[in-house]
Each structure stands twice: as C-alpha cells, then as structure tokens.
Ligand binder design. Sequence first.
Ligand code: ADP
Length: 632
Amino acid sequence: MSAVKHTFKAEVNKILDLMVHSLYSNKEIFLRELISNASDAIDKARYEALTNAALAEGGEGWQIELIADKEAGTLTVRDNGIGMSEAEAVEVLGTIAHSGTKEFIKLLESREVENNPELIGQFGVGFYSAFMVADKVRVITRKAGAAADAAVIWESESDGTYTIEKTTKEGKGTDIVLTLKEDEKQFLEEYELRRVVKQYSDFIEYPVVMDVTRSKPDPEDKEKTITETEQETLNSRKAIWLKSRDEISAEEYNEFYKHVSHDFSDPAKVIHYRAEGTTEFSALLYLPKKRPYDIFYQDYKIGPALYVRRVQIMDHCEEMIPSYLRFVRGVVECADLPLNVSREILQHNKAVGVIKKNVTKKVLDTLAQMKNDEPEVYAEFYAEFGRILKEGIHHDFERRETIADLLLFESTHTKAGETTTLSAYVERMPEEQTEIYYITGGDRGSAEASPYLEVFKDKGIEVLIMMDDFDDIIISGLEAYKEKLFQSAIKGDLDLGEVNKEEQKTEFGDLLELMKEELKDLVADVRISGRLKSSAVCLVAGEHDMDPKMAKMFEAMGQQVPKGQRILEVNPSHDLIARMKQVFAADKESSRLKEYIGLLYDQALLLEGDKPRDPVAFSASIARLMEEGAKK
Ligand code: ADP
C-alpha cells in the first residue's frame, strides 16, 4: 500500500516553520518533549489496562527506549504506550486541536515568539519541536489492543505536507524516528543523550533505556579488547514528589514543573509537603510566573495530576482545587484512593474533600506569606493571577476574609502601577473616616480624572481604584473589610461633610424640583451632590444598583440587566448652577432654562464617557450659547 499525501493545516505550517528556523538556543528540549509524550502515552495505556488487561499486551514492562543509529543518522524514541490509530495520527499530528489556536496564531504573527521562543511551550506543540533538530520525522505507531497490521507510518519533512501509510508493527506504542539535521548529530552520542535525559527527564516514572556499548579487555586474551552491549537505564525514576525536600535541587523542582505544566519558564513558587493524619497524601504544587493563555477558557484543565500508588489516574483532577486557584499546577499522590477511581467517585469521596480543603489552605497560606515576605514577587504574581484569585471572594464564602487579605488595588494614594492591600488602606484611614471608598472604572487615568473624585481629592481622602471589570460585584459581595463598609464613589449619596445639604436644599429646592420635572423620564431624582467640586453635575447610580460599567458589560454579553434609575447630582457651589438659579428666579417658565437643564444632563452623560442623547441638537445648543457669549 502506498503512502497518502496530506497537507498540514495553515497553523501547523506556521508552527513548523517556526521550529525549522528556530533561533531557540535550547534545542535539546525536543527530547524532553518526546519523552514526556511517551510517558503520557504509557500513563494512558497503564491506566486503561487496569480495566482491560488485554491492553497491556503481555507484560507490564513499560519503558521508553532511545535508539541512536549513527549510520542512518537517526534517533528513535520508542514507547510501548497507548499508540495512535490512523485517524488519531491524522487528527493530532496534522492539526492543532485546541481552542487556543487563534491566540497562538496571533502570537506567531506578532513575532513576539521569535524573541521569546519559550512562549511556544505554553501551547502544547511539543511534538513539533522535533523539527528543531530533524529534517525528517517518521512516526510509526500502533494503538494498544489493535491488530499488528493496523499500524501506520506518519512522515513529514516539514515541507507543508505529511504522508500516511499503513504498516505492520509488532509491539504496541509509538516510534518517533528523527533524521537529524547535519549539525545536530550530537544527539546520536551516548554522553549527550545521557546528559539531556538526566537534566530534563530524570523523574520520569518509566525507565528511559538505551543500548550502551563498552569495550573491555578480552578475558581470553588480555592483549585484545572486546565490545559488549548492554541496556542501561538513564533516569533515576524517582517520583520527585515522594522525595523529601532536602533531596531535591531547585533545578529538579523547576524541570519537573516544566514537565507537568508545559510551561517553559520557571515557576514563581514551589509548595511541596506531605500531609499526615486521617488522609495521608503528598503534594508538589507550583504557582506559575505567567498566566497561561487559555486560563479563562471553558476547556482549561483545572487541578493537579492525581497519582494513586505511583500510577497516574488523571492528569488534571479538578476535584482537588477550587477554580479560583486554577493557576496551581503539580501533583497530588494519595494512597487512600482506589486505583480505578472515577470522576463520580471523586466527587463524593471523603479523602478528596479533605485533600481539597488542605491544599486550598496551603496555597492561600503560601500566598499570604509571599505577600508579607516578598511583596515585590507577590505583586508580580498578583498582576498575572489576581483577577482569578479574586473570584474566590464570590465563590468561597467561608474564606472570603482570607482572600480579601490577599487582594491588591491601586489607589489615589499609590503611584500608578503600585498597589496597596485593604489592610494597609484601613490602617491609613483617619479616625473619622468610617468607610472604605473605591471607584470602579476602565483605567487609572479616567478614574483619576473622574468628577466623582473631586471632593475626595480636595479633602485628601484615599480612594481605591478598581480596574477589573467585575470588581463591583466582588466588592458588593464582600460588603465590608475589618468591619468597615465599602462605599463606591460613583454610587449612592455621599456625605463627606463638604456641603450642608439641608441648607442647600432650601436654597435650591425649587430649581431642583423643576429639573426633576424636566428630566422625569431620564432620572429618578435630582439632588445636591456631596462629591462634586469643579464639575456642575454628575450622574450616579443608586446604592444598590449595578455599577454602570458592569451593567454595560453584561448587556454586551447579551444579558438582561435590571435598569436601575440614575440620579442627577448638582454642585451647588458651581457658577452655572448659581446663574440658573437667577434665571429661575426671574422667569420660572423660561424656555432657555429648560434648554440648560437638558444640556446639563447631556454633560453628565459626557462626563461618564457616554454620548449626549442627541449629538446634533447638543452641538446646535452649544453653538448658539457660544454665539450669544461672543456677542456680549
Ligand atoms: P501535547 O502533548 O501537549 O498534547 P504534542 O504536540 O506534544 O502536544 O502532542 C500532540 C498529541 O499527539 C498528543 O496529545 C498525543 O495525543 C499525540 N502523541 C504524541 N506523541 C505520542 C506518543 N508517543 N504516543 C501516543 N500519542 C502521542
């Protein structure tokens, strides 16, 4: 049967192109990627063999073999794992089948990856890294349990196409045969393979073996030497998470992290411990430095890998960690679970509940410690993951105080880009201040320029600046911190003691009534403002209404938002308002006065970053006013 030619999907070509021309200096990691895939394939076969012994195909001698053929110039990575069917080979080696593809292509096009080839690792394109060192890659694979002649050869020279051909293969599993590039032949040398395996794959659970040939004196004739070939295991195979901390170097921790996370950078923090008690388990967990591109996607896989007596049961066990800590990567091993544990069992298993609780506490404690001992490292971490952590306020009622302690916000008293904790804010609060003030908004600049902060600025009162789109929901859920209530600067009636509202009400009451009447279809109330200093008016939401930015976000997502009625606030010390009062006193029915009222409302919309109701009429009014002004 002859080979059938296929063309790669465009995105695969882009990736291949990148690999072939890669400037990445660390090309040897291709071996880590292939060994890691081989190890995953064995994990799968071993797990499935628990319920279908036929898949083990006559033995448990799981292993990964490296075969260096100097004559042919090829390096083969062979495993006896799960293997691939023809359809699977086409599917997984010819496309990039995950939802992040678009982002990845964007990244490729941005050229960012050329300067930071490490980014590639986040996208699970491990297999293609073989093309960094090989002109040609041939994959010979047979699915465990399938007939010997159901094997296939997949082959590509990264020229935009690959071929598929049926073949026969005795053993189950996969051979990846690399025809090495002329200047990458060092990967045929024993010492080099030994070094690379040791460095990157030492903890791999299965033996990585290689035939090693040694010369030794001939026992018959001491003058002569004979050569002897023996299979040697290159990795120590110690499950790193079961070792004690002092046995593990920082490099080993980092390498293992890269193995479990598919991240190329080192982690921000390692959490390694053994829990004793009713449920005993070992956990090796990592906090990453950078947010994975897909962490906000639905199909992002949550949770550490779960091992039971050194068998990997699942690569991501989401029952072990709350989703607001989904950035945590690593391994949990627990002997108290059955080997053939299913998702349903996990959901109701007591030991799992205990582990989850324990792991959650440990991670939160670690974050608290980082925040106190290494504030800069924590701030960097928080910039990447704070938005996710914050979800915990909403979802984990029991721990929301603990999580609140971990939050960071910019404030009117921090420099741009610098943050404060809630507890530091509360400590700075002057005695007479009873509430924690915050403003939500798109960015710092617009928050700071906002009319809503005029009196705060004037009086030097610190306001937290919250820039995440769902901060308002989070803060409403939190309600209070250290018994201080949160108060939005853009919602509700504020009284910072700036104006005597009662006095002003008597002074301006009639004018306010007229405004209310004029704007009755647009606002629920018109009142004297306690927050304005230089602007004449602003619109605010009711105390319990959703914040306008939030409401817009929900509407954009197609959701119904209850329409809270807005309130127009008026600054009594503004000249414009004083002037209106005069016009009002002279002629309550003045049509000019009504026009002013409409204009004020439109101005308030503008100040919020919105459009006036009728831009044409609005500019016509302004033009007329300017003309009048110029005539005077
Ligand atoms: P990832 O491992 O992140 O999924 P890769 O590009 O390294 O990405 O591999 C793509 C897919 O190809 C794997 O998910 C797996 O389905 C398949 N694959 C790769 N190597 C092997 C192997 N040795 N045995 C079985 N399947 C493999």
